[in-house]
Ligand binder design. Structure first.
Ligand SMILES: NC(=O)c1ccc[n+]([C@@H]2O[C@H](COP(=O)([O-])OP(=O)(O)OC[C@H]3O[C@@H](n4cnc5c(N)ncnc54)[C@H](OP(=O)(O)O)[C@@H]3O)[C@@H](O)[C@H]2O)c1
Length: 318
């Protein structure tokens, strides 16, 4: 089938392109051309999601659309003119009004109903306009934490590089905290297979409690090797020192949020066959990619500034 990937040159989208090619589809992408090009054999349409769709995209008449780039007001209009047989939209758990901290009990939990430009409300708004345009042709994947090769948001990547550097590593006193994530390749393959076959919202992340923060960090240490030693710092000390959860220590949330934020019901995803590959495979493949590609650049990458790390390591230990 003719599959149009909106996005398709960056992280999740490029895995969607790979999955669609592997499934034997005729694949095209639509991007501005800022984030690179799709692989050979893929038609690269140019356009901005904020603008009307280019004529060459409409003339190509995609049968399926996988939307990895949408937060735009024009989403419903684009979907209506494309008029595909199936449309898979990558939304987020942030579309839920009460998440975080959650928990998310089911896909029936309330979503944002404002139309401001914040991330979660914008996702919920896009869900509504796409639903109005497409009805039961729309699959909405409310993604949780997505990780894997080509992830330039650099949350897991930062931990891998820090742990590989070895020595004492500041970790939060939350190692037993259950968490869940989805490998971008698992999500991408499932999106391609489910597009046009499944409708409605799906909480698209790994099973609640599939690992713990400590289990993930231990796996990073196993995969990278080296002599990293955990220096466990209590939450109060981290916060008092100015450590920003999720930003300075990626993937760490304070206990009162983490207790429920990682508690997301994924029964529907499991019933619909969203896979969850072994965590070690995700970590090892992300590490292999990071070693080949190098650390991503950018001013807004997460991670613990060295001076803050030094101050935390100097705290008296009980
Ligand atoms: N990472 C996570 O943990 C996570 C969690 C939940 C949900 N999500 C969702 O997953 C989706 C995919 O995330 P991602 O990190 O892979 O990709 P992304 O950074 O959200 O999107 C990048 C892709 O979209 C294209 N793009 C961006 N702005 C565009 C515009 N104005 N017009 C046309 N194309 C545009 C980019 O190409 P050009 O720059 O060349 O235009 C690129 O191909 C997103 O919708 C995100 O909200 C991610």
């Amino acid at each position: 089938m003719r599959v149009l990937v909106l996005g398709g040159t960056h992280f999740l989208g490029r895995h969607v392109v790979d999955a669609a090619l592997a499934a034997g589809h005729d694949v095209a992408t639509l991007t501005r051309g800022v984030s690179g090009d799709p692989p050979d054999g893929v038609r690269a349409f140019r356009g901005d999601r904020e603008q009307p769709l280019p004529g060459d995209v409409l003339a190509w008449a995609p049968e399926l659309v996988v939307d990895t780039s949408c937060r735009t007001r024009a989403a419903g209009e684009h979907a209506a003119v494309l008029d595909p047989a199936g449309y898979a939209f990558v939304s987020s758990l942030n579309a839920y009004r009460d998440w975080p901290p959650g928990p998310v009990r089911s896909e029936h939990d309330p979503t944002w109903d404002t139309d401001d430009d914040e991330y979660g409300p914008a996702k919920a708004h896009a869900e509504r306009v796409l639903g109005a345009a497409l009805g039961d042709r729309l699959l909405t994947a409310r993604a949780g934490l997505v990780v894997g090769p080509h992830d330039r948001v650099h949350r897991l990547g930062w931990w891998l590089l820090r742990i590989a550097a070895g020595g004492p590593v500041v970790v939060p006193d939350a190692l037993a905290q259950p968490m869940a994530l989805v490998d971008a390749r698992d999500l991408a393959g499932w999106l391609v297979a489910a597009c046009g076959q499944v409708s409605g919202p799906v909480n698209a992340t790994g099973p609640a409690g599939m690992t713990t923060l400590g289990g993930l960090l231990d796996t990073c240490r196993e995969v990278t090797g080296g002599d990293a030693e955990w220096v466990v710092v209590p939450e109060d000390d981290l916060l008092a020192a100015g450590v920003q959860p999720w930003v300075h220590l990626p993937l760490w949330l304070p206990a009162d949020t983490a207790r429920t934020a990682w508690d997301v019901d994924t029964t529907r995803a499991r019933e619909l066959g969203l896979p969850s590959r072994p965590l070690r495979d995700t970590v090892a493949d992300t590490w292999a990619w990071l070693q080949a590609a190098g650390a991503p650049g950018g001013d807004d990458l997460p991670g613990l500034p060295p001076d803050l790390e030094a101050r935390l390591l100097a705290l008296p230990r009980t």
